[in-house]
Write a protein that binds this ligand. Structure first.
Ligand code: HEC
Length: 205
């Protein structure tokens, strides 16, 4: 506390009788301030994981590439036909997919897959392809412009796999009152090739 009447300079404003000493900033505070200014170029151009600039971006890309290499099935959309064939043949996957379908898909594709807002998933007509990998891609990425959600953003990759297995298992189940075919006729499986009417006209959306 400073005693009244000392001779330190007083600033020339006054508010409601309150005056203010013209005290300098403490030296240590000013020095710290100057040091932070001197550090700006270090942070701005710094290599490595501090600072700004292209290096940060490059580091992110490198880390993502390393992660993808270490986790090939993360992010859904990168399944191989061999992986899908194994999943589709697995009865446990089909059962898991059935439960997920009941929760997420029936509102648009109907409980039996016969189609409602979304197309019939049991026939030989596909808009986006009827192979397991293509079905997986449609479920994973959706068709947002047409109202099919991108489930890869909502569900986990293994759930997308299970759903694919279930959708494939619906093929040829011939539900009552199905939605009219959408898309083009494709023989997705050898069974489909055998049962598809040879001269059915391919309807385009
Ligand atoms: C909000 C409605 C809606 C929901 C919910 C929905 N879908 Fe769809 N789905 C659609 C529509 C609409 C299409 C047709 C897209 C087009 O016309 O390109 C479609 C297309 C598809 C196709 C491609 C069919 C083809 O002919 O190529 C598959 C497979 C599919 N949905 C699976 C699913 C699964 C699995 C779920 C649940 C996880 C699901 N859908 C949930 C609306 C929906």
């Amino acid at each position: 506390m400073t005693k009244a009447g000392d001779d330190r300079p007083i600033m020339d404003h006054e508010y409601d009788g309150i005056k203010e000493y013209d005290n300098p900033m403490p030296r240590w505070w000013l020095l710290l301030f100057l040091v932070t200014i001197l550090l700006v170029p270090v942070y701005y151009f710094a290599p490595g994981d501090i600072g700004h600039g292209a290096k940060k971006e490059a580091m992110y890309q490198k880390e993502m590439a390393a992660f993808k290499a270490a986790h090939p099935d993360a992010g859904g959309g990168t399944v191989t036909p061999e992986q899908m064939a194994a999943i589709v043949a697995d009865k446990a996957e089909v059962e898991k997919g059935k439960a997920l379908f009941a929760v997420n898909c029936v509102s648009c594709h109907r409980a039996d897959g016969g189609g409602l807002i979304g197309p019939n998933l049991t026939d030989d007509y596909w808009i986006h392809g009827g192979t397991p990998v293509e079905i997986h891609t449609t479920i994973d990425q959706g068709v947002l412009a047409k109202g099919m959600p991108n489930w890869g953003k909502i569900l986990k990759p293994d759930q997308i796999n299970s759903l694919t297995a279930y959708v494939v298992s619906l093929h040829g189940s011939n539900p009552a009152n199905p939605k009219a075919p959408d898309g083009v006729l494709v023989a997705a499986t050898p069974a489909a090739a055998a049962s598809a009417p040879a001269a059915a006209p391919a309807k385009t959306p």
